[in-house]
Design a protein around this ligand. Structure first.
Ligand code: KG4
Ligand code: ZN
Length: 339
């Protein structure tokens, strides 16, 4: 099966053609960072206008690269939520028009489910069900039991900031600009993770939740104290990163030991973090667990993962192109869109 995937939920205008849920024969992503950098964050109005200007060309370019036409595609998969409403509308309206005109099935994918299927991309071996997924992105931080393509249970989530949001806000405190996560990751490589003992949040009882806003505030107070003016920014970055990663690894360990999972998968933009990958690999080796991490380009938002989710979830997410509506607040549990 050849699926055309479209992802425009935030600030990446992404299109891909995926063969059999695994091989991206073309994967195009137009990053909008240039447009948002001056504002220090994503400006929704700019994002939707940029999608509008870029999406048609991105689709043509993707088809050209794959040496295909729309008629060669077996279906169209699109992100319909959650995300920025203006951004989602551009992708959804485009996908509906293409599906209608080409008379191809339309699949409506929950963006968060897209991230869960990123580890299936370009892999020689797919994660076996049931697996435990750690989804860490700019907007979400969740531990999910993936019992099957449409059987998803949230075991824990953040009570305030998402992991990526904590990276971005802390990067801003360190003067690293936008987007901050990758820059903080790079800076931390030259730092000492034990230099500063930032707090590690522990949920009460056996909850598997996260919280990162207290950590971010600790970093801010630390940097404001005059006596810390000479502390190396590399050490602050590495110590902050270690606090985030400690919490993530501890919760994965707790969730894994309580379930009967056959593997663990990482996904979302923060899964690209080199220290998180290093620590998770060490944990998996120590515990004898099969760990799946998507290639870096599939950790952050992309359209191949949207097509992968559509391939896996199949009929459960097939929708009528005339009635599909974008939903900026789409809950994690929602599969398909009948409304
Ligand atoms: O999944 P994603 O592309 O978009 C959302 O759905 O949110 O994730 C973007 C987030 C941003 O917060 C970005 O700073 C973070 O992922 N990120 C990283 C790294 N690469 C991206 N955070 C830490 N280290 C990285 N290497
Ligand atoms: Zn995302």
């Amino acid at each position: 099966m050849l699926l055309l995937g479209i992802e425009t939920s935030c600030d990446d205008t992404a299109v891909a053609i995926l063969r059999d849920g695994r091989d991206a024969i073309a994967n195009v992503s137009t990053n909008q960072d240039e447009f948002h950098r001056a504002y220090g964050g994503i400006v929704p109005e700019i994002a939707s206008r940029a999608h509008l200007a870029l999406l048609s060309a991105a689709i043509e370019h993707t088809l050209d690269r794959a040496r295909m036409t729309l008629a060669d595609c077996d279906g169209i998969a699109v992100t319909y939520g959650p995300g920025l409403i203006g951004s989602l509308l551009v992708g959804v309206a485009t996908a509906k028009a293409l599906a209608f005109a080409a008379r191809r099935p339309l699949y409506a994918v929950n963006h968060l489910h897209g991230h869960l299927f990123a580890p299936f991309l370009e892999s020689t071996e797919a994660p076996p069900y049931p697996f435990l997924a750690l989804l860490v992105s700019g907007g979400h931080t969740q531990l999910v039991a993936v019992d099957g393509p449409t059987q998803l249970r949230v075991l824990g989530k953040t009570r305030d900031d998402a992991a990526g949001e904590a990276f971005d806000k802390t990067a801003r405190l360190l003067g690293l600009g936008f987007p901050g996560g990758p820059a903080l990751d790079a800076l931390a490589r030259d730092g000492d993770a034990r230099a500063i003992a930032f707090p590690r949040y522990r949920p009460e009882g056996d909850a598997l939740d996260f919280s990162f806003s207290g950590l971010k505030t600790s970093v801010r107070y630390f940097l404001e104290r005059p006596e810390n003016a000479r502390v190396r920014r590399e050490d602050v970055a590495a110590s902050f990163q270690a606090a985030v990663v400690d919490a993530l690894v501890a919760r994965v360990d707790a969730a894994f030991s309580r379930g009967s999972f056959r593997a663990v998968a990482l996904s979302g933009g923060v899964a690209a973090n080199s220290y998180l990958q290093q620590r998770m690999r060490a944990w998996a080796e120590r515990c004898g667990v099969d760990l799946f991490i998507p290639p870096r380009s599939y950790c952050t938002d992309n359209a191949a993962m949207i097509a992968a989710a559509a391939e896996a979830q199949g009929e459960a997410v097939r929708v009528d192109p005339l009635v599909l509506a974008a939903d900026p607040n789409l809950p994690f549990e929602r599969i398909g869109n009948a409304a």
